[in-house]
Design a protein around this ligand. Structure first.
Ligand code: 3HC
Ligand code: NAI
Length: 711
């Protein structure tokens, strides 16, 4: 008999050991045990080896390191669609694993996601530690489960749960997985020991194949409602995306025919999705979110500061939300204001935001209290001397910001990071008000700051690497996606949005209606149109910025006419009940003839020819304005990579993730086509449309922004 832990030679990626009469197949493909080539084969080889070994009665499959299996190797998908590797081999391997005559116990910790859950479901039993999660997140990559997941999951968990998991991609915890039948047992203590014990208990017993179970599939009346509700929900919450609907279809087939018929349909839907542009865009976004954390000149081992206490200046729209992020992360935060009234107002909004989460069942009242307890309020800088980071969020004005920075420079401890939430101003000039420009950085949150995922981290010319590395790590701690930007007016996001908003306004001046502009871009997939977004953010924010930069306007270059006039009329958007739209008490917008008349008057006064404008022109003018400015930003090194720009737009501006971001979208249209349009716009509208040199160069060379990133 083999001794406990004896290692038999197998693939590098999968190890085979024995503990008495239980074979242990361990996947060793760090960091997340993805099913890279060799892994499915290795698992199967282990099962077959155990099958052939007369001394083995049962088999445990377990993940080495931090997790079970995080799914198929996503890097392989690009190779499949490029034709450089054949289809995935997982599906047939799972049929063979399931055919094992000896019971296979899947032992789960960390995550069993995608192909990982599909592997687990091909076992005869599943046990897990309480902290484990299981899920079919494929739709987040624009695909559906492709190794029988849509067919096995409804057999284990029931149709409603399977539809929810496959179509919406959210994982479930071990407790839920146990309750709905995905798991057979939760193991307290050591997973491997518990799984081996479990395997001994089931040795010699009849092993159920998931694919032969049918008892949860056939409640025709109920299923019909489940599918109808799921489709409606997918159309609403995953607007424009094809994979969720494909996933629902695949589960529906499971309820109508045999397992193999279902797998056939699943396979063809999987292939269709995999080759779609949507899937390529979503995979680009998945790797992009991880890529932005990598900064070429800042090594992983750069020293970071410990952020244990924070302070925020200003309790307005942004300051309150920023403070909530710290409180949510368990970091005590002081907020300073100028008046008790402003402080009370800011704190009341924080409380209301938390209360809303409690009312929706997203937060317990106890957690709300714990978070509120992390927030202290003040009218002076008292307590700031202990802060590890101070975030300034006062009005957008250079003089005020410099005054604040010179004040905090005198109070803050030497290793305290001084961050500004400015949305446009020069970080170097702000830093010049201090004696420690190396500690000054931009932390540009997006409104509402407690909700939006993006944190633009703006590097000044003196900002130290330690401060940047700390900020990138802090973003993660605050549950944000941190993207590093260079210092220029508006950084990445707002510099580009300025061009987009400009075109949206020009379009209404030229004859499109406010509603048409917003609807065209909403239909393109944006969370909301640009003019409605302006009303939500507050038109006065841009107005204030334009005043700050008025001196930089070039004579003779066209500027939008309407927004400033709306502000002069006190129409700041939703907060004043009127902006581009008028709003009722429930903030429902409706078109306003006053605005139409104003637009017509201003256009006439400026001699702008009014004409019929197509929705295609609206999309091209606004989105290509983003792309053209994005190309300049890239060439100047303000963004490290095109994908960084995409991640900014996906996480901060409601750009549809299934289009991959503006730069990826331009690649899918083809840069030559984009350039051609931009050159047409230049002929018609003048110098604002001069093509960015990088765009021109890449288009002429037949290249893409992705190829630029790869160099
Ligand atoms: N394939 C390839 N690489 C993967 C991967 C995967 N499935 N999952 C994670 N990685 C990589 C990441 O890119 C990252 O690489 P990097 O260090 O070079 O940047 C590294 O593994 C660590 O990942 P994270 O930084 O995301 O680590 P976390 O601990 O924060 O999160 C996780 C771990 C929850 C597993 C998260 O990585 C995740 O959600 N991964 C994707 C899971 C997924 O979508 N699975 C389904 C794949 S499709 C499929 O299975 C099809 C099947 O039905 C046939
Ligand atoms: P706001 O007007 O809502 O709040 C600013 C607050 O700062 C006010 O409550 C004011 O009383 C307070 N304040 C002014 N001087 C102060 C001082 N000396 N000490 C303490 N508090 C002081 O402004 P908002 O919108 O929160 O903007 C703040 C900053 O965030 C600006 O730089 C803005 O550009 C930036 N920003 C704004 C976004 C938005 O959508 N509103 C988005 C991202 C950044």
């Amino acid at each position: 008999m083999l001794k406990k832990g004896t290692l038999l030679k197998m693939s590098e990626l999968v190890k085979y050991t024995r503990d008495g009469n239980v074979a242990i197949v361990t996947i060793e493909n760090p960091p997340v045990n993805a099913l890279s080539p060799g892994v499915p084969e290795g698992i199967l080889e282990g099962i077959e080896k155990a099958g052939a070994d007369r001394e083995v009665g049962a088999i445990v499959v377990i993940g080495g390191g931090r997790t079970f299996i995080a799914g198929a190797d996503i890097k392989e998908f690009g190779k499949i669609t490029a034709g450089t590797r054949p289809r995935l081999t997982l599906y047939p391997a799972l049929l063979k694993i399931e055919d094992s005559k000896k019971p296979v116990v899947m032992a789960i910790h960390g995550t069993a996601f995608g192909g990982g859950l599909e592997v687990a479901m091909a076992g005869h039993y599943r046990v897990a530690v309480a902290s484990a999660q299981v899920g079919q997140p494929e739709v987040k990559l624009g695909i559906i489960p492709g190794a029988g997941g849509t067919q096995r999951l409804p057999r284990l968990a029931g149709v409603a749960k399977a539809v929810e998991m496959c179509a919406f991609g959210e994982p479930v915890d071990a407790k839920t997985a146990l309750a709905c039948g995905i798991l057979d047992k939760i193991i307290d203590g050591d997973l491997l020991q518990g799984a081996v014990k479990f395997a001994r208990e089931v040795t010699g017993k009849l092993a159920y194949k998931t694919r032969e179970r049918g008892e949860k599939l056939h409640d025709a009346g109920r299923n019909e409602t489940v599918f109808a509700v799921a489709r409606e929900h997918a159309r609403r919450t995953k607007r424009g995306q094809t994979a969720p609907l494909a996933a629902i279809e695949a589960v529906e087939v499971a309820t109508r025919g045999s397992f193999l018929d279902g797998c056939d349909r699943e396979q063809s839907l999987f292939q269709e999705c995999l080759f779609s542009t949507q899937s390529k865009a979503l995979i680009h976004a998945f790797f992009g979110e991880r890529m932005v954390a990598k900064i070429p000149d800042i090594p992983k081992d750069t020293k970071t500061y410990d952020i244990k206490k924070a302070a925020v200046i200003g309790a307005g729209t942004m300051g309150g939300g920023i403070a909530m992020n710290y409180a949510n992360a368990g970091i005590p935060v002081i907020i300073k204001e100028t008046t008790q009234e402003a402080l009370d107002k800011g704190f009341a909004i924080i409380k209301k935001n938390y209360q809303n989460s409690v009312n929706k069942g997203k937060l317990s009242p106890e957690t709300m209290q714990l978070r509120l307890d992390k927030v202290t309020l003040g009218l002076t800088y008292g307590g700031f001397e202990q802060a590890d980071i101070i975030v300034e969020a006062v009005f957008e004005g250079m003089a005020l910001k410099k005054q604040i920075f010179s004040e905090i420079d005198k109070i803050a401890k030497p290793e305290c990071i001084l961050a500004s939430n400015t949305s446009t101003l020069d970080i170097d000039e702000i830093a010049s008000a201090t004696k420690r420009p190396q500690m000054v950085i931009g932390h540009h949150f997006f409104s509402p700051a407690n909700v939006m995922k993006l944190l633009e981290i703006v590097r000044g010319k003196a900002t130290s690497k330690e401060v940047i590395a700390t900020s990138m790590g802090l973003a993660k701690k605050l549950n944000k996606v941190g993207v590093l930007a260079g210092n220029c007016r508006g950084f990445i996001g707002n510099r580009m949005i300025h061009c987009y908003g400009r075109e949206a306004q020009f379009l209404v001046e030229e004859g499109a209606t406010v509603e048409q502009v917003d609807t065209a871009l909403y239909d393109f997939g944006l969370a909301m149109g640009p003019l409605a977004m302006g009303d939500l953010a507050g038109l006065d924010v841009g107005w204030r910025i334009r005043k700050e930069f008025k001196h930089l306007e070039k004579p003779g270059v066209r500027v939008p006419l309407v927004a400033d006039q709306l502000c002069e009329m006190g129409r700041y958007g939703q907060k004043t009940g009127a902006g581009w739209y008028k709003y009722d008490q429930n903030r429902t917008p409706s078109g306003d003839p006053v605005v139409t008349a104003l637009i017509e008057k201003l256009a006439r006064g400026a001699g702008i020819e009014r004409r019929t404008i197509s929705n295609d022109e609206i999309v091209d003018r606004t989105i290509y304005a983003l792309v053209n400015e994005g190309a300049r930003i890239l060439e100047e090194g303000i963004a490290l990579r095109a994908v960084d720009i995409d991640i900014v737009y996906l996480n901060g501006y409601g750009f549809p993730v299934w289009r991959g971001g503006p730069m990826f979208y331009a690649d899918t249209v083809g840069l030559t086509n984009v350039l051609k349009k931009i050159q047409e716009f230049e002929k018609r509208h003048g110098e604002l449309w001069a093509p960015a040199p990088l765009l021109k160069k890449l288009a002429e060379q037949g290249k893409t922004f992705a190829s630029f990133d790869a160099t």
